[in-house]
Design a protein. Structure first.
Lengths: 303, 78
């Protein structure tokens, strides 16, 4: 007979880790399955709004979270990805890329990931000129020509970082106008190192070993930009694909109520993967706590 | 046994920081290389890893790209 956990937590970002700490303190029999520790919080720069820390970086806060979680004695499966969540005979079956697990309740706290372009060459040239992290890889493109894809805050932020480093920056924006903050737009427009292409879509990433060019379409005409770096900043999407039976909104976020309940009794969700209005570390953490308390209550009514 | 460890990274890159914290937590010494400050070292890193991405970790001549805990642990033999 295979072991049946009280609770399996999917994801170990701020929501999942907080959920795990609460569950461990409630002496629930739990398992955490996650691709990585920290999730998006690992990518955060300076954090000045997490109570108790006047200043901390994302990676440092994640280390604190992880230390707290590992204080307790339960299993954490890292580098493992949940592929299916199936309801069957009063329990849930979780299929991952490595194993199967059974549980009475589940909390989905799998967060979000960078949205991909979905064009030819994107996968081939990932980390070979194409990147989703300007803060990380930007400095490697000193003196080069680069393209930033997107027109929102993260794209403009990337462009502003690159102004200090790169030779020329092309902004490829899908809509009529940039949508990022006005103050950033002003700075970008004032700089002659930047060319903005509105109403433009990316067609293909071209190169040999590394990126050499970007094919775009503007006004139904194809244009080739010779760039060595491509920074994709077109937002985030929820890691909710595996949860096929859960109700989602138009942004693919899992719909939860105030108690973090989903449409399936026994399955809860928390943090950025849900329709919670604000995506913040402290909010995700609080949602993780709420989700466990709901799961605990659910279990106690079923005994 | 002391292994020779190099971390190629840039300031402000979260996963570079995470990598260094991870190595420190194991009590390991490493050479901290800032490729933003030195283009020749950046080229050296790109050549070694075949990638334009940080962090790159070199453990006794073997290359790890990105904060890959499992791979680093295997190479560190701990």
């Amino acid at each position: 007979m295979k072991k049946i956990y009280d609770l399996i937590i999917i994801g170990a970002g701020p929501a999942g880790i907080t959920a795990a700490v609460y569950a461990a303190r409630k002496k629930m029999d739990i398992l955490v399955i996650t691709k990585d520790i920290g999730g998006q919080a690992s990518w955060s720069g300076d954090i000045q709004n997490y109570t108790g820390y006047q200043f901390i970086t994302g990676p440092e806060l994640v280390i604190k979270f992880e230390e707290h979680m590992r204080k307790f004695d339960f299993e954490i499966k890292e580098n493992e990805e949940v592929k299916e969540l199936i309801f069957r005979k009063g329990t849930f079956l979780l299929k991952t890329d490595k194993n199967n697990y059974q549980t009475k309740t589940a909390i989905v706290a799998s967060g979000k990931r960078s949205r991909e372009l979905g064009v030819t060459g994107e996968k081939k040239f990932r980390n070979k000129g194409l990147t989703y992290c300007a803060t990380c890889d930007g400095p490697l493109f000193a003196g080069r020509d680069v393209a930033v894809i997107g027109g929102g805050n993260s794209a403009l932020d990337a462009a502003l970082q690159l102004i200090k480093i790169a030779n020329h920056i092309y902004i490829i924006n899908f809509t009529d106008n940039l949508t990022g903050d006005g103050i950033m737009q002003e700075k970008i427009r004032a700089d002659n190192k930047v060319s903005i292409f509105n109403n433009s879509r990316v067609k293909e990433v071209v190169g040999d070993i590394f990126v050499k060019a970007l094919k775009i379409e503007k006004d139904k005409k194809e244009k080739v930009l010779n760039v060595q770096g491509i920074f994709v900043e077109i937002g985030l999407i929820p890691n909710s694909d595996f949860a096929v039976d859960l109700e989602k909104n138009e942004r693919k976020e899992i719909v939860v109520n105030q108690r973090n309940e989903t449409n399936i009794p026994g399955v809860f969700a928390a943090g950025d993967v849900t329709n919670v209005p604000e995506k913040q570390i402290i909010i995700a953490a609080g949602e993780g706590a709420k989700a466990v308390l709901s799961a605990f209550r659910y279990l106690s009514t079923r005994k | 046994m002391n292994k020779k460890i190099k971390v190629y990274g840039v300031p402000g890159c979260p996963f570079c920081k995470k990598t260094k914290e991870f190595l420190k937590s194991k009590g390991l010494n490493f050479e901290d290389i800032d490729v933003a400050a030195d283009h020749d070292l950046a080229k050296e890193m790109i050549k070694k890893s075949g990638q334009m991405s940080v962090p790159v970790i070199e453990i006794d001549g073997k290359i790890v790209v990105g904060f890959d805990k499992e791979k680093m642990e295997n190479l560190l033999g701990s």
